[in-house]
Design a binder for this molecule. Structure first.
Ligand code: WT7
Length: 656
């Protein structure tokens, strides 16, 4: 990219070959967004064409009404590049964590066969269209196979991040009433085996799960329940390698993905078959400028929506190669990620600001020795990226030639909705960019009036939204209406992000306006953490807030009010030989969060306080706690029920 004034534009070389390289695509979409998506949908395979492209009965809407399709037909036999052209080409390249282990490549044909075999195995287990199958797997090829196999037969997958705890798995299995759970005997993480099967067993206990399918990954010994557990390999070995695709209605439920909201319980976002395919295919094609020979490495785990859409479905729909990696990008050395880009000749690299900040800090110099000659385009997702990290990424990794797309979206939106197109621009560090063609993303003030240029407010989406936007919260329509469609009426989608739009039409996102944290790009709910901690009998109440962190963006901090007896014990001094009772109890709280949610939610700090600031109606004012640390004006405390609590907290936390 080249800088002109404050803005960056694609180089002439990039622009020349780019799939979209002028304003025409924006103009076409602005004239008639529904028609725009409709003509794009026509490029995909449908068993039967839709009768109406968009139907809106607020707050509900449908896309491609009456259309019939299947995502796996579009990935395999009916791929837009042509099956003959792609069948021998690598679909998935898997990089295991241990360096001594060889990568595994699956061609489209192999992936198709394995998908069909597992689809047939699922059918043999009694899984039917609409049944829920939970996938609790690490980043291994079988994870992709399992997702596609569900899609092939119309089973609804719910992928649960493999680093989530047994408890977190259990609540999802219960809510979704899953019939089958697919897991592994373990996986490698930072040189150690993580025993996934034990968590799977614990999570499945007492739920509706009838069968547990286990992929042999590490070969470690696992507990076995006869009749319920089966090895993936044994189940699939003798199955036929073809399975007919289930004909899916465009509005049939495709998958559920749980995500954190303001309140305690994770919400199951529901995604529909037809719209998701269209949005995944086209956003990836135009935003990553996908050409036939591209090799894309999206570093997100499949447990998150980014992994669903841009590590699995979108690259495969586009007939390109997707790299998936079992480990973490900085093990065994801080430049492991750079080695992977070079080794697998990635041309598109898509990662999160947290990773970028980590690369910059620990591998900044090492990065100079990598030429990254194969890279054409780099992307960022998941949280706001600061200008300094943006510039480092652009120079150190993109070598100033690759366009850098900062992409804004959410689990709810299914695919990217805001980012400038790489062949068009413009780009500006720390700005997500322009709304994708056809997307009406605007900023509203609290009264629902559209904000002026550069004026901050709430980011919302206006009809026709986007084909991939969620259709509901599983088994909870009230929550769906309340969370997304109540702030400005039933025709305005509320994103929960604060933003403004500048004079160039570029959207600047500054983060969540609700109690959702983004910790290392992972979406976590303060309410969920508080519920976990309050399960400890010694806790009377607590509040969790997110504080700024140099690498992770945000990190959780706990304020806990202890019951009297515990408070007294915790206040007693440490004996010279042992940790203090206070430290012991802090550890207990951290462990509780790890047990209930997972290690990614570990609080960085726990403070014991006497009381929490509350409104007269009893609502805990997390905002005030946050401001104590950021140094912002606290504002009028007189409306609190207990204004004196603030001063006491300051003292016990050691703040001035
Ligand atoms: C939240 C959604 C996007 C898929 C992965 C995360 C934040 C996401 C950006 C960006 C600033 C961003 C928002 C959003 N976010 N992308 N490019 N710039 N903030 O999906 O876990 O559902 O989180 O992530 O706050 O609401 P998610």
């Amino acid at each position: 990219m080249k800088k002109q004034g404050d803005l960056y534009y694609p180089t002439p070389e990039f622009k020349e070959k780019a799939l979209a390289n002028d304003e025409s695509v924006y103009e076409e979409a602005a004239r008639d967004p529904v028609r725009f998506w409709e003509t794009r949908a026509e490029k995909l395979f449908w068993f039967k064409k839709w009768s109406k492209a968009f139907e809106h009965t607020p707050p509900y809407f449908k896309w491609f009404v009456g259309g019939k399709t299947n995502i796996t037909s579009n990935v395999f036999e009916k791929n837009s590049l042509g099956w003959e052209k792609i069948r021998g080409k690598p679909a998935v390249v898997w990089e295991p964590e241990p360096l001594e282990e060889k990568p595994r490549t699956l061609s489209y044909e192999q992936l198709f066969k394995e998908t069909c075999q597992f689809a047939n195995a699922l059918k043999r287990m009694g899984v039917k269209k609409g049944d829920r199958v939970a996938i609790y797997l690490p980043m291994i090829p079988e994870a992709v196979v399992a997702m596609l196999a569900c899609a092939r037969i119309g089973a609804v997958h719910l992928v649960v991040f493999s680093a989530f705890s047994a408890q977190a798995l259990k609540s999802r299995l219960e809510d979704a009433e899953a019939k089958v759970l697919v897991t592994a005997d373990g996986y490698w993480r930072r040189g150690k085996i993580v025993d996934l099967k034990t968590s799977a067993d614990e999570g499945a206990k007492g739920t509706s799960v009838e069968k547990i399918v286990v992929v042999k990954r590490t070969g470690n010994k696992v507990a076995w329940t006869q009749g319920r557990d089966a090895w993936f390999e044994e189940l699939t070995r003798n199955e036929k390698d073809f399975c007919e695709a289930e004909v899916m209605d465009a509005e049939d439920l495709f998958f559920i993905l749980y995500t954190s909201g303001s309140t305690g319980k994770p919400k199951g976002t529901m995604h529909a078959c037809g719209g998701y395919i269209v949005q995944a295919f086209w956003t990836a094609k135009l935003i990553f400028d996908l050409h036939e020979n591209d090799v894309m490495w999206c570093t997100s785990d499949i447990g998150w929506v980014t992994g669903h859409t841009y590590a699995v479905y979108a690259p495969l729909l586009n007939g390109i190669t997707s790299v998936i990696f079992e480990g973490v990008p900085d093990f065994p050395a801080p430049d492991r990620w750079a080695q992977i880009i070079e080794k697998h000749k990635a041309s598109v690299f898509y990662t999160a600001p947290t990773a970028i900040r980590m690369f910059k800090k620990f591998a900044g110099d090492a990065t100079q020795k990598y030429g990254f000659k194969t890279l054409r385009l780099i992307g960022s997702v998941g949280e706001p990226i600061d200008e300094e990290s943006w510039l480092w990424y652009f120079k150190g990794v993109g070598k100033e030639k690759c366009p850098l797309v900062d992409t804004w979206w959410q689990t709810e939106t299914g695919g990217i909705l805001i980012t400038s197109l790489p062949g068009v621009g413009p780009f500006k560090p720390s700005y997500a960019g322009r709304p994708f063609p056809g997307v009406k993303a605007v900023v509203f003030d609290d009264e629902g009036k559209q904000c002026k240029t550069n004026e901050s407010g709430n980011l919302v989406l206006l009809p026709p939204f986007a084909p991939g936007l969620l259709r509901g919260i599983y088994k909870n329509p009230a929550k769906y209406e309340e969370t997304y469609w109540s702030q400005y009426g039933k025709s305005v989608y509320f994103t929960s992000d604060g933003a403004f739009i500048d004079e160039n039409g570029l959207v600047r996102i500054f983060g969540r306006v609700d109690d959702v944290l983004k910790v290392a790009g992972h979406r976590l709910s303060t309410g969920e953490m508080e519920n976990a901690i309050e399960k400890l009998p010694q806790i009377s109440e607590c509040a969790v807030i997110g504080l700024a962190d140099e690498i992770k963006g945000q990190t959780p901090v706990v304020f806990a009010v202890l019951k009297n007896a515990t408070a007294a014990a915790v206040a007693s001094p440490a004996s010279p030989a042992a940790a203090s009772p206070a430290d012991d109890f802090k550890k207990k709280i951290v462990d509780q969060v790890r047990k209930e949610i997972g290690p990614i939610a570990s609080p960085k700090e726990v403070y014991f306080v006497e009381d929490l600031p509350k409104t007269r109606s009893g609502k805990i004012m997390r905002r005030i706690l946050r401001k104590l640390f950021t140094g912002e004006e606290l504002g009028d405390l007189s409306t609190l029920a207990n204004p004196e609590s603030v001063e006491k907290i300051k003292q016990s936390v050691g703040l001035k």
